[in-house]
Design a protein around this ligand. Structure first.
Ligand code: GDD
Ligand code: MG
Length: 322
């Protein structure tokens, strides 16, 4: 039995207004919430029990995932009254795992806004083989400024953890999936705002703990900006479009460039949808053109509308700044 914690409590500020009513991890990628893609990846790697560490818009998760049995998982919930930061959230969520004293069952922690096809099972195996305290998935990016910089030595040991540097010393970055020995949880203060990146990891490195990198450059994307969200959805559509089977699409409508259409939508005659995410319950009337846009749930788009590079809801239309 391997345990997991999914960090899904952030405000998703860079995605406003998309995250006004929907927490970032519940935004749809190729028709399914980011969290659902992550739960399936966790399950494939042998994780059986997973806690969703929620805070912002926490009520949205439970009705969708329930007890997790639909996915063959034991899904639990930990709610922070006010956000405790990534480290505080891990501490708070670990309580829901009912860890036994002295257990050495690995706990896998995921940032809730990452799509990754790396070999998580191998990351866990290497962690166990090294008898490590923490094993971090690391990847390479061209511009490391928005990430945690993580230099490693020849043996793969992490030598520093430097969150969001102006002048990154390496382009090897924290990819947001960590395997923890349960004893690491004990080093985090309870009910306190703690950052795993700024407080816990640097302290563990300084204390000489065994922190390893698992380096794999598989498909990887943080969907934390509108541009990345649209790109991630296109990548996972695998073709021109993906339509939920409960939606109705007119025969003359054209769906292109990795567009996805959520549940219960109606798409009228001669509509063109290209490179866009259309959420559930959207009605798009005849002749409308939608390109590189995000259409919020239950939107009603009148006849012959042109929506290009926009966020669209019934209350607000604004540019996505792609
Ligand atoms: N429960 C809870 N409580 N979750 C939180 C909180 C909190 O207070 N704060 C953030 N989170 C969750 C977010 O929802 C997200 O899933 C995850 O923690 C990471 O937060 P982000 O706000 O997305 O951080 P980031 O993208 O700037 O940086 C992080 O991810 C990078 C990789 O994408 C860091 O971990 C970097 O080191 C890393 O490189
Ligand atoms: Mg992020």
């Amino acid at each position: 039995m391997t345990l997991g914690i999914l960090l899904v409590g952030g405000m998703g500020t860079r995605l406003m207004p998309l995250t006004r009513d929907t927490p970032k991890p519940m935004l749809p990628i190729a028709g399914l919430p980011v969290t659902e893609h992550q739960l399936m990846a966790a399950k494939r790697a042998g994780i059986t029990t997973i806690v969703l560490a929620t805070s912002y818009l926490s009520d949205v998760f439970t009705p969708y995932f329930g007890d997790g049995s639909q996915w063959g998982l034991d899904v639990r919930y930990a709610v922070e009254e006010s956000p405790l930061g990534t480290g505080g959230a891990i501490k708070n969520a670990a309580a829901a795992l009912n860890l036994k004293a002295g257990s050495d069952e690995p706990i896998v922690i995921f940032n809730g806004d990452v799509l990754s096809s790396h070999n998580l099972a191998k990351q866990i195996q290497e962690h166990v083989a090294h008898n490590a305290d923490v094993t971090l998935h690391l990847t390479h990016v061209e511009d490391a400024r928005a990430y945690g910089c993580v230099p490693v030595d020849e043996s793969g040991r992490v030598t520093a953890f430097l969150e969001k540097m102006e002048n990154p010393i390496t382009n090897t970055i924290n990819a947001g999936s960590y395997v923890f020995h349960p004893s690491v949880i004990e080093t985090i203060a309870a009910n306190t705002v703690v950052s795993v990146e700024r407080d816990v990891f640097p302290a563990l490195v300084t204390a000489g703990k065994k922190i390893y990198g698992y380096i794999e450059d598989a498909y990887w994307l943080d969907i934390g900006t509108p541009r990345a969200l649209l790109a991630g959805s296109k990548h996972l559509v695998y073709g021109d479009f993906k339509v939920d089977p409960t939606s109705t699409i007119a025969a003359s409508a054209k769906l292109q460039d990795g567009s996805s259409i959520g549940a219960g939508c109606e798409v009228g005659d001669d509509v063109v949808i290209s490179g866009s995410i259309v959420c559930a319950g959207v009605v798009i009337e005849t002749g409308s053109e939608i390109r590189n846009s995000f259409i919020a749930p239950n939107s009603h788009i009148p006849k012959d509308s042109k929506i290009i590079g926009n966020y669209y809801s019934n209350e607000l239309i604004s540019p996505l700044n792609l």
